[in-house]
Design a binder for this molecule. Structure first.
Ligand SMILES: Nc1nc2c(ncn2[C@@H]2O[C@H](COP(=O)(O)OP(=O)(O)OP(=O)(O)O)[C@@H](O)[C@H]2O)c(=O)[nH]1
Length: 312
């Protein structure tokens, strides 16, 4: 029974970097890991994929021969993969036999999730027909927290992806370490992670004619998200070991790897699965992140300016 993660999220949200970082962490703690690149637009990979969709279909060739743009080409490649799932099954077989934890790096274009069924069919085949136990790890760039309207869009996108995929799901605010660059947040980090009391978010939206006109709509969307009670985020900065550990621990619980290990149905003893996951309290971790990445000035010059001293 193979375990692993589907890594999803909009373009640029950090999926490939996460696949690379997570695989390094897994290898470090002694778990076998494989990366399956299913994004044909991924040309400069920081990792060496164990399976690469480019070996099946090449996006550039598709664009040239079919006279398609990048998005049309991507949809074509996904259709092609859907029709050639036996290729993927054969490529996965040795990894499965070797007991590898599978990280699937997926394309980020939202239309693949929202408007076409090909990726959903691919995911369904892997999880339902081939019985892979996979958690969807959905990354969104944390800079969306710096603007209430953008954060509401991010909530809608995360929620609809969750409902569309019907998989165990973790929502991640990625690149937390870069948030400071985009200015001060209106609220502490836990506000964005817990996704509660969103009425306060709507209040920060300003008084432009556009905002005034659509305030009720924003309010209704926020109420919908809160009423469903399905959405929350965990923070990630890929170089932060604690954060990577935390996401892995949640993914292992969501896909059942922890319970399989406890029941003796895993090549890894529970100590390795539990022992490698984050053991502390989430609230302490949030405060630590708040202090480390959001409150604390990033460098000595910023610190001096914040303390009212002229930079040296
Ligand atoms: N500082 C910082 N940079 C990050 C982090 N995660 C990703 N990045 C950077 O964000 C940029 C985009 O990351 P990618 O991993 O290529 O994002 P992606 O989602 O795979 O992008 P597409 O392949 O276009 O869909 C790269 O420059 C990464 O180095 C992080 O946690 N911290």
């Amino acid at each position: 029974m193979p375990f692993g993660q589907f890594i999803i999220g909009p373009p640029g949200s950090g999926k490939t970097t996460y696949a690379n970082g997570m695989s390094q962490y897994l290898a470090c703690i002694g778990r076998k890991v494989a990366i399956i690149n299913l994004d044909p637009a991924n040309d400069l990979l920081p990792y060496k994929p164990d399976v690469d969709i480019s070996d099946l279909v090449d996006l550039q060739t598709v664009m040239q021969e079919m006279n398609l743009g990048p998005n049309g080409g991507l949809v074509y490649c996904m259709d092609y993969l859907e029709q050639n799932m036996d290729w993927l099954q054969a490529a996965l077989e040795p990894l499965e036999k070797g007991g590898a934890y599978c990280l699937f790096d997926l394309p980020g274009q939202a239309e693949l999730f929202m408007m076409h069924d090909n990726l959903k069919h691919i995911i369904d085949t892997i999880t339902q027909k081939w019985h892979y136990r996979l958690t969807a790890v959905h990354l969104v760039d944390a800079h969306l927290c710096t603007d209430a309207s953008k954060f509401i869009s991010c909530l809608m996108m995360s929620l609809s992806t969750m409902l569309h995929l019907e998989l165990p799901h973790i929502n991640v605010l990625s690149k937390i370490d870069l948030v400071r660059q985009y200015g001060k947040l209106d609220f502490n980090l836990d506000f964005y992670l817990e996704v509660q009391n969103l009425k306060y978010l709507v209040r920060t939206m300003g008084e432009s004619p556009f905002n005034k006109r659509y305030r009720k709509l924003s309010q209704a969307l926020c109420e919908l998200v809160e009423d469903m009670g399905l959405l929350s985020f965990v923070p990630l900065a890929i170089q932060d070991k604690q954060a990577v550990q935390h996401v892995l621990g949640l993914a292992d619980k969501a896909n059942g790897a922890v319970y399989a290990s406890l029941a003796g149905h895993s090549p890894y003893p529970p100590e390795l699965i539990y022992g490698a996951s984050f053991q502390g309290s989430e609230t302490d971790m949030w405060s630590d992140f708040q202090e480390k990445y959001i409150d604390r000035p990033g460098n000595i010059v910023e610190r001096q300016v914040e303390q009212g001293q002229p930079p040296e």
